[in-house]
Design a protein. Structure first.
Length: 634
């Protein structure tokens, strides 16, 4: 239990310390050492608890409960103050409703607000802790130098780095608390802390656009928070049948019909937190924040909290029409967000839509909720976290050097920033190429949907969504490796670039390819077995195919290394036209033209204006259907 408490409390202490650290060199030392401690403690949990089942701890709760309620009321007052200051009355109304529900819960169900064990750890929470502790900490380290450069490029933005890093580490603490809490009251408290933290981070630049987008994220997540509190009231009122606010008892409750209603309400909170349609706009708006914020929200914390809670409640959703509706929300989000990503040329926008799409796929697996789909969902969480964190960090470093994050401006990056281009190539490959994990996880999801009720619907959606995924990733990858002439190398040395976090994150993406059979057999399969009594596994033939694919993938770089000096360099060829080495060719009427390339974006077919509203409307209907079906089941 000491390690769990350390991971929850230590980042808070670091956050408070960073409020008083203003020198960049000292801040870097504090953040780096703290990241090392947090990452080490997360790894210790793997060594200590991976081989056993769930372990529960009866942590003292009276003082903690009072402190959490007080902080929740303080956060509500903060929201009301900020809403009044910026005249966002919807945020005020939701904060008042949520605070009133909390007061009602605390005063009317005092005897029911007790969990036998407030903290716990199992294989799934170990996976989440590793994502938060390692990837989240690396993002914090990366952010130190990034923020210094950010303010150099944006002198108009008020320097509030002390507040920024305070919120970053408070964010990490809240995420640890969320995944280690067995008391749903505690889960809700940490859930709301992440909401406030994201609001502060998105609005960091204090521009009108940043403030608007920060409030959009706040309002949408407060909607989920209201649903979460309502679920807690229902659980407290039906304690003997539902298991009350004890998460383990709720999931093991024999009265599935009673538990389904709070599960659907908490699932709705997960949908808002994971930015599934129709709530995806808050995550897209978060792109105005500095890049480390985007990486943190997309890879290791905010949105992962949403899919974490959905996967936790997957056994309750399994075999129910309400769960099927939740799964369809994820499936529709997957295909629509993937299609919209085709039309985007801004790198962070592509990453945002691909994040929404992949979270939708995870939600689809959790909603249907079979043991094989839960196994596939956790695989997706792991591989998405490592690959997407690398892509966001890489995009931020590229933007600082070339002054743009437009994909078209990244042409020839293999010449201008070769190391960064290779890292980005690996990150993109991790999202859609074999044998990297996202493709393997989708493969596992298809196999699982075959055996699920109405699985053919999901397979069709997954097939179409995966096809358009290949399109937008491949055209970005092509821009990176296009060789251009007379390009100036702008990549800097080790001290000028945040290479350490980038190297480590790249290593994690590659390591995940080789280690995911071990991750599956050590962590995911035992968790699924403990929940369902049966487990999925990666067949030996699939492992052999994966290793063969990896060997084939290495043929090209190895051949460059072995044959690079003896290779024959051919002149430029442009369809038979006279060409020069600097990529100019003889055009019509004796004119000389420069050869240029540009991707197709097909905005008229796949643009946000065409696809978002229909997709959002379908998802709203499905969410309402899940509520109705849960009520009918009761």
């Amino acid at each position: 239990m000491q390690t769990l408490l350390f991971l929850i409390l230590f980042p808070i202490l670091v956050a408070c310390l960073l409020l008083f650290v203003k020198r960049t060199t000292l801040r870097y030392a504090v953040v780096a050492l703290s990241a090392l401690a947090i990452g080490g403690a997360s790894a210790y949990l793997l060594i200590r608890y991976a081989s056993g089942g769930a372990v529960y701890f009866a942590a003292s709760s009276e003082a903690a409960d009072l402190a959490m309620v007080a902080i929740e009321m303080a956060l509500a007052l903060f929201i009301i103050y900020m809403g009044a200051k910026f005249r966002n009355y919807l945020a005020i109304a939701l904060a008042v409703v949520q605070a009133a529900l909390i007061v009602y819960l605390e005063t009317s169900f005092t005897g029911s607000l007790h969990a036998a064990n407030n903290l716990f750890i199992d294989q799934f929470s170990i996976i989440m802790a590793l994502i938060i502790g390692i990837i989240g900490s690396l993002i914090a380290v990366y952010a130190v130098r990034y923020m210094e450069t950010y303010h150099h490029h944006h002198p108009e933005v008020r320097d509030r780095q002390t507040m920024f890093f305070f919120v970053i580490f408070a964010f990490l603490a809240a995420m640890f608390g969320l995944v280690f809490s067995n008391n749903l009251m505690w889960v809700f408290f940490f859930w709301e802390v992440t909401t406030i933290a994201s609001f502060l981070l998105i609005g960091y630049s204090e521009t009108e656009e940043a403030t608007t987008n920060a409030f959009r994220a706040l309002v949408m997540n407060l909607l989920g928070g209201v649903a979460f509190v309502t679920a807690l009231i229902f659980l407290a009122a039906t304690g003997p049948a539902s298991g009350g606010i004890d998460l383990a008892r709720v999931l093991a409750s024999g009265d599935a019909a009673v538990v389904l209603i709070p599960a659907v309400l908490i699932g709705f909170a997960g949908i808002t937190k994971a930015a599934l349609m129709p709530f995806s706009s808050w995550l897209l708006g978060a792109m105005v924040a500095p890049t480390p914020v985007s990486a943190l929200l997309h890879s290791s914390t905010m949105v992962k909290a949403g899919v974490y809670i959905l996967v936790r409640f997957a056994p309750v959703f399994a075999g129910t029409f309400a769960g099927f509706s939740v799964g369809l929300v994820g499936a529709v989000t997957f295909v629509v967000a993937s299609a919209i990503a085709i039309s985007r040329s801004d790198a962070k926008s592509v990453l945002a839509y691909s994040t929404i799409a992949n979270l939708g796929l995870i939600a689809a697996c959790a909603g249907v909720g079979t043991y094989m789909l839960v196994w596939a969902a956790i695989l997706l969480i792991v591989f998405h976290a490592v690959a997407k964190s690398l892509l966001f960090l890489g995009t931020g470093a590229i933007e600082h050097r070339i002054g743009s994050r437009n994909i078209e401006e990244m042409e020839g990056l293999i010449v201008r920033m070769p190391k960064m281009a290779v890292m980005m190539f690996i990150g993109i490959a991790g999202m859609f190429l074999a044998p990297f994990g996202m493709l393997v996880s989708k493969w596992a999801a298809i196999e699982a949907f075959v055996q699920a009720p109405f699985g053919l619907v999901f397979i069709a959606i997954l097939a179409y969504g995966s096809a358009v995924t290949v399109f937008f990733w491949a055209k970005w990858m092509g821009k990176l490796v296009t060789v251009t002439r007379n390009a100036e190398r702008v990549e800097k040395g080790f001290l000028e670039e945040p290479w350490a976090p980038l190297y480590i994150t790249t290593g994690l993406v590659v390591a995940a390819v080789f280690l995911f059979p071990v991750i599956s057999s050590t962590l995911i399969e035992p968790y699924v077995l403990a929940i369902y009594g049966v487990t999925a596994h990666l067949a030996q033939t699939n492992v052999a195919i994966m290793l063969l694919m990896m060997a084939l993938l290495l043929v090209l770089p190895v051949s460059f290394f072995l044959l690079g000096r003896t290779a024959k360099h051919l002149p430029v060829y442009m369809g038979g036209r006279p060409a020069t080495p600097d990529l100019h060719f003889a055009g019509s009427l004796g004119m000389t033209r420069e050869a240029t390339t540009q991707n197709y974006y097909l905005t008229e077919y796949f643009g946000e204006a065409r696809l978002f509203r229909p997709g959002a409307a379908v998802c709203i209907v499905l969410i309402l259907a899940s509520w109705i079906l849960a009520g009918v089941a009761l």
